[in-house]
Design a protein around this ligand. Structure first.
Ligand SMILES: CC(C)(COP(=O)(O)OP(=O)(O)OC[C@H]1O[C@@H](n2cnc3c(N)ncnc32)[C@H](O)[C@@H]1O)[C@@H](O)C(=O)NCCC(=O)NCCS
Ligand SMILES: Nc1ncnc2c1ncn2[C@@H]1O[C@H](COP(=O)(O)OP(=O)(O)OP(=O)(O)O)[C@@H](O)[C@H]1O
Length: 229
């Protein structure tokens, strides 16, 4: 089994790409979704967030007020690091559990949708491939403002809390350019999917070749032993 890391920037189009991959039957683990689950009331992360950020980041029902917490961490790097240090170990633990589940179910590769894949040191070395969902900066900013109802300053604060997409381009093994329309993105995802499936065939071919070499070696050994005795 191998892992494929999928990343991008805020509002660059990861969920849009993932929707097509799921449609094609791929196993996808969504770090944003897990990040929501691990901070549910009574969890360890919820208690820690409460301790460090205070009750003002809670909604009336006890859940985290994501908008309020977002406003704090996207404008204060040290608070962002603090939140990351609380949530990231919990997110990683849950991701590992889900990877194991897909392994047991027999999936041959799993796609990990991790927004901060390139920002998190050492994570990419566990991925056979890394896919960057790229979007040109003006389109990214406009889409973020529209989706989250943010003004330009708030959108820029969120974008600049991450490594620029242009920089991430050099690290990814595959790039999907989502600057154009959804149809163009869909075509690129279909190509990516075909390459992942090809790469599986390639792996199987290597395994088969390995088995053939081992079998041949065994035969030669038996033949030599027979000749010597
Ligand atoms: C700050 C929070 C409460 C804002 O919640 P909100 O519902 O508004 O946004 P959502 O969770 O859907 O995230 C949207 C995008 O914001 C960006 N983002 C989220 N957290 C961070 C972060 N710590 N640093 C930089 N970018 C981030 C990512 O691109 C993500 O895809 C939330 O994002 C959070 O708890 N973040 C910390 C956990 C984390 O690092 N999540 C990213 C997945 S590893
Ligand atoms: N090709 C496209 N053309 C126009 N709008 C798009 C396109 N792709 C995505 N969008 C819109 O841009 C916004 C961001 O897309 P999406 O939610 O897929 O990004 P994301 O990277 O998953 O975001 P985040 O991780 O920040 O939640 C959404 O409102 C989506 O509908």
């Amino acid at each position: 089994m191998f892992l494929v890391g999928l990343s991008g920037g805020i509002a660059s189009g990861k969920s849009t790409v993932v929707a097509v991959l799921r449609e094609l039957g791929c196993a996808v683990i969504d770090a944003d979704l897990i990040a929501r689950e691990v901070v549910q009331p009574h969890s360890k992360a919820h208690q820690q967030i409460l301790r460090y950020f205070g009750t003002e980041i809670l909604l009336e029902n006890g859940e985290i007020n994501r908008e309020a917490l977002g406003n704090i961490i996207f404008s204060q790097p040290e608070k962002r690091r603090l939140l990351n240090s609380i949530t990231h170990p919990e997110i990683l633990k849950e991701m590992l559990k889900q990877i194991l589940k897909y392994f047991v179910l027999g999936y041959r590769y799993v796609i990990l949708d991790i927004p901060l894949l390139f920002e998190t040191r050492g994570l990419t070395k566990f991925m056979r491939y890394t896919v960057l969902v790229y979007c040109d900066p003006p389109a990214q900013r406009a889409r973020l403002m529209r989706r989250n109802g943010l003004d330009a300053d708030a959108a820029d604060a969120r974008i600049s809390s991450q490594i620029p997409l242009e920089e991430k381009l050099q690290w990814a093994t595959h790039v999907i350019d989502n600057s154009g329309d959804r149809e163009s993105t869909r075509r690129q995802v279909l190509q990516l999917h075909a390459r992942l499936e090809d790469s599986l065939d390639f792996l199987w071919a290597r395994l088969a070749a390995g088995a053939a070499v081992a079998g041949l070696g065994g035969l030669v050994f038996l033949l030599l032993r027979h000749l010597i005795s």
